[in-house]
Design a protein around this ligand. Structure first.
Ligand SMILES: Cc1cc2nc3c(=O)[nH]c(=O)nc-3n(C[C@H](O)[C@H](O)[C@H](O)COP(=O)(O)OP(=O)(O)OC[C@H]3O[C@@H](n4cnc5c(N)ncnc54)[C@H](O)[C@@H]3O)c2cc1C
Length: 408
C-alpha cells in the first residue's frame, strides 16, 4: 500500500487479518474534514489524526517515502529515514493522494500559507494569533487594520471551513485584547469561480454565502489573486488589500510521483484505472483516492471527485476485489456536509437540505461516525464538549518543534 491516507489507510484496515504493508511518511492518517477545527483550536490537533498502527493493527508499517516501482519484478523502492530498501509485493495499491497546486503567481510561494496538512493547520493558527499580538502592539490604526485583515483564496470546502473557523477564533480571542475591540476586522474570500462551494447544491451554497456575508465576510467571486507582497494581496479586480495573511486553498493536483512510477496517468497526472480499480494493463497494480481517475458505475461518464466519502467507498470495493472476484466499483453519493464555524453548517442528506444549527449538528455527527477508533471518537467528543462550556485557548505555540539549541 503506497500511502496511508484516507484511501490507503482504509484499504489496509478493511483487509484486516489478510494483512497489508503500508508505506507512509507519517505513522498516522489525517482526518482532513476536522482540520479547520484543529486550526481554530476547537479540537486538539493530535485528535484529528488516527495512528495507523492502531487503525490497522494487522498491517505492517514502513515509515518512509516510495520513490520508484518495478512492476516487472514486483518491487517498490522505499526511502526510509536512514536507508533505501526494496519491498516485494504480490499486489500493489497506489494511494498517494494529491498535493497543493500552486500557480505561478508572483509572491505566492514566498508569502502565502497553505492548508493541506496538520503542520499547515498548526502554523496557520499560530500565524493568526501572532497577527493579533502584532496588532495589539502596532503604532498606528492603519497597521492594526492590516494585521486584522485575512485573505483566503479558494472557496471550496477547505477555504470556506477554514475561514469560518478562524474568524470564530479571532472573534473569541479579541475579548482578551482590550485595545483592539473597536478595530474592524476584514475577512476576504476570493475565488475565480462564479460561486462559493461549487461541490454543494446551489441553494445550500447560496445560504453559505449569505451566512458568511451576514458575518461581514467580503466575498469576491469571479476574481483571481494576481500577486502577493509581504504586506498586501493584489486581486484581478484591481484591489490591493493590505494584509499580513494570505491563505491559499485554491486547488490540488494528483501527487506528481504518480508520473514517475511507469504506470498510465491521464493529462492531470491521475492514475488511470478500470471499473474494478485495477491499473490499465497492469495485472497486480491498483489505485484509488485523489490520485486516481476512478470511473463509477453509478455516474456513467463522470469520474469520482476528490473527497473522503469517495475514497472510503473506493477502499471498500478495493478491499473486496483484492481478496475475491474483482467487481466494478459503484457508489451513489448520499449527501454532502460542511461546517461554517460554531453552530452553523450545511448538509444535504438523502435529498433533505439542512442549514444553520441542524446542518452543523448533522455534519459533526457524520464526521464523528466516520472517524475510525472509539478512543479517537471519545477524545473528539470531549474536545467538543469542553468547547461548549469553556473559552478557547489562545496560546500561540509557534516554538513547538523549534526548541532553543543547547548552549556550549
Ligand atoms: C483541508 C482539507 C479539508 C478537506 N475537507 C474535506 C471534507 O470536509 N469532506 C471531504 O469529503 N473531503 C475533504 N477533503 C478531501 C479529502 O481529504 C481527500 O479527498 C482524501 O484525503 C483523499 O484520500 P487519499 O488517500 O487519496 O489522499 P490523502 O488522504 O491525502 O493520502 C495520501 C497519503 O499519501 C502519502 N504519501 C505522499 N507521498 C508519498 C510517498 N512518496 N510514499 C508514501 N506515501 C506518500 C501522504 O503522506 C498521505 O498520507 C479535504 C481536504 C483538505 C486538504
Amino acid at each position: 500500500m503506497l500511502g496511508g491516507g484516507f484511501a490507503g489507510g482504509y484499504v489496509a484496515r478493511l483487509l484486516g487479518r489478510r494483512g497489508a504493508t503500508i508505506v507512509s511518511p507519517e505513522n498516522f492518517m489525517l482526518y482532513t474534514p476536522m482540520l479547520p477545527e484543529a486550526a481554530s483550536g476547537t479540537l486538539e490537533p493530535r485528535h484529528v489524526v488516527v495512528p495507523l498502527r492502531m487503525m490497522c493493527p494487522r498491517a505492517e508499517l514502513i515509515l518512509g517515502r516510495a520513490s520508484a516501482v518495478d512492476t516487472e519484478r514486483r518491487r517498490v523502492t522505499v526511502e526510509t529515514e536512514d536507508d533505501v530498501i526494496a519491498v516485494r509485493y504480490s499486489n500493489l495499491v497506489v494511494a498517494l493522494g494529491a498535493v497543493s497546486r500552486t500557480l505561478p503567481i508572483p509572491g505566492l510561494a514566498e508569502h502565502a500559507l497553505g492548508f493541506k496538512s496538520l503542520a499547515d493547520a498548526i502554523q496557520l493558527r499560530n500565524h493568526v494569533l501572532r497577527r493579533l499580538e502584532a496588532a495589539a502592539s502596532a503604532a498606528s490604526e492603519g497597521r492594526q487594520r492590516r494585521e486584522l485583515t485575512f485573505v483566503f483564496v479558494g472557496a471550496g470546502y477547505a477555504g470556506v471551513e477554514a475561514l469560518a473557523e478562524l474568524a470564530d477564533l479571532v472573534r473569541d480571542a479579541l475579548r482578551y485584547y482590550r485595545t483592539l475591540r473597536e478595530t474592524p476586522q476584514h475577512w476576504v474570500l476570493v475565488d475565480a469561480a462564479p460561486k462559493i462551494l461549487p461541490e454543494i447544491p446551489s441553494k445550500l451554497g447560496d445560504y453559505a454565502a449569505r451566512e458568511l456575508e451576514r458575518r461581514g465576510v467580503d466575498i469576491r467571486v469571479g476574481t483571481t489573486l494576481e500577486s502577493v507582497e509581504p504586506h498586501a494581496a493584489v486581486l484581478s479586480d484591481g484591489t490591493r488589500i493590505l494584509t499580513g495573511t494570505v491563505v491559499w486553498t485554491a486547488g490540488v493536483r494528483a501527487n506528481p510521483l504518480n508520473e514517475q512510477l511507469g504506470i498510465p496517468v491521464d493529462d492531470r497526472g491521475r492514475i488511470v484505472v478500470d471499473a474494478s480499480l485495477r491499473v490499465e494493463d497492469r495485472e497486480h497494480v491498483w489505485a484509488l483516492g485523489d490520485g486516481a481517475r476512478v470511473p463509477n458505475e453509478a455516474t456513467p461518464g463522470q469520474y469520482d471527485p476528490p473527497t473522503c466519502q469517495h475514497a472510503l467507498r473506493q477502499a471498500r470495493r478495493l478491499a473486496k476485489n483484492l481478496t475475491g472476484e474483482a467487481r466494478p466499483y459503484r457508489y451513489r453519493m448520499l449527501g454532502q456536509v460542511a461546517t461554517l464555524g460554531r453552530y452553523k453548517g450545511i448538509a444535504e442528506v438523502l435529498r433533505l437540505r439542512l442549514r444553520g444549527f441542524p446542518g452543523w449538528f448533522v455534519t459533526r455527527t457524520y464526521h464523528l461516525y466516520q472517524l475510525p477508533l472509539l478512543t479517537r471518537k471519545l477524545r473528539v467528543v470531549v474536545d467538543w464538549t469542553t468547547a461548549l462550556f469553556f473559552r478557547r485557548d489562545i496560546a500561540e505555540l509557534g516554538m513547538l518543534g523549534h526548541p532553543e539549541r543547547l548552549e556550549p
